[in-house]
Design a protein around this ligand. Structure first.
Ligand code: PAF
Length: 280
């Protein structure tokens, strides 16, 4: 695996690469990331991963400084999974001057759910992903469905900006008990880790209730969402949202709805904020 740190070196390394597949990450890799790489590998000739903890997508009070950085282990895992090129720029390489030009995704998609609780998050994500796309120039890029709204924001960006990139969604990897794998799981104490699965269980219950409501011809999404929020609150969580949405644009559901749906949730357990989702 070739490791490069600068844009110029990456461009040189990829000069003769035909079909480039790309998995951008912020490092602290786990099985979820590795499965995205395994998915990317057969879709092209050269599999590129990036590791860059992107300051632009963190709010001042968030965990940019403490975000886990596990360089040696990440390199080893990427080697094992057959990554060909790892792009790991420093902040100076990627943002040599303050990034004044930014990508602002539309409010109806980016200011809801995660964007409502983390203002500016999707501007930071879209800006860095657009920039990484320009640098790597992949034909295919793979993003996890764990970050469901992020995947949608990126898909729309690629579509509206006519970027010649096929965006592929990778299934969420889960621990044995059902907890979605995430770098932030590492912040959980052993007791919190045991409790953490309740987020996906509450989402499962919400999805089942939505299916049952639709089947019975009577669906009150707001009432079901309130039950899911209360279930978590009663167990000591601080939920930001537990919600039933339409898959195609994440808009709310009112009444019976036979379009493909998804339930999404975000909640804090102690100091750790976890997100998860489930297609209904
Ligand atoms: O999902 C992530 O890890 C990040 O948001 C991404 C896509 C690498 C952009 O920094």
């Amino acid at each position: 695996m070739l490791i490069v740190h600068t844009i110029a070196d990456l461009r040189r390394a990829l000069e003769h690469a035909c079909v480039r597949t790309f998995v951008p990450t912020m490092g602290n890799l786990h099985e979820g990331h590795l499965s995205l790489l395994r998915q990317a590998k057969p879709l092209g000739d050269v599999a590129v991963a990036s590791i860059f903890v992107n300051r632009l997508q963190f709010l001042p009070h968030e965990d940019f400084d403490s975000y886990p950085r596990t360089w040696e282990r990440d390199c080893e895992l990427l080697r094992q999974v057959g990554c060909d090129v790892l792009f790991a720029p420093t902040e100076k390489d990627l943002y040599p001057e303050p990034q004044g030009y930014k990508v602002h995704p539309p409010a109806e998609l980016a200011d809801i759910l995660e964007g409502a609780f983390r203002p500016g998050f999707f501007v930071g994500v879209s800006t860095v992903v657009h920039k990484l796309f320009n640098i790597v120039q992949p034909q295919v890029a793979v993003f996890g469905k764990k970050d469901y709204q992020q995947l949608m924001v990126i898909r729309r960006m690629v579509q509206q900006m006519a970027l010649p990139i096929d965006i592929v969604g990778g299934e969420t990897c889960r621990a044995e008990d059902g907890l979605a794998l995430s770098s932030r799981n590492g912040y959980l104490s052993p007791q919190e880790r045991a409790e953490a699965v309740q987020l996906s269980m509450a989402l499962k219950a919400l999805a089942a209730a939505a299916r049952a409501g639709n089947a019975a011809g009577q669906l009150d999404a707001a009432a079901l969402e309130a039950v899911a929020m209360e279930t978590l609150r009663a167990r000591g969580w601080q939920p930001d949202y537990m919600t039933l949405r339409k898959q195609h644009d994440l808009s709310p559901v009112s009444g019976v709805c036979h379009e493909p749906l998804v339930v999404l949730g975000a909640a804090k357990l102690g100091k750790t904020r976890l997100i998860d989702n489930l297609e209904v």
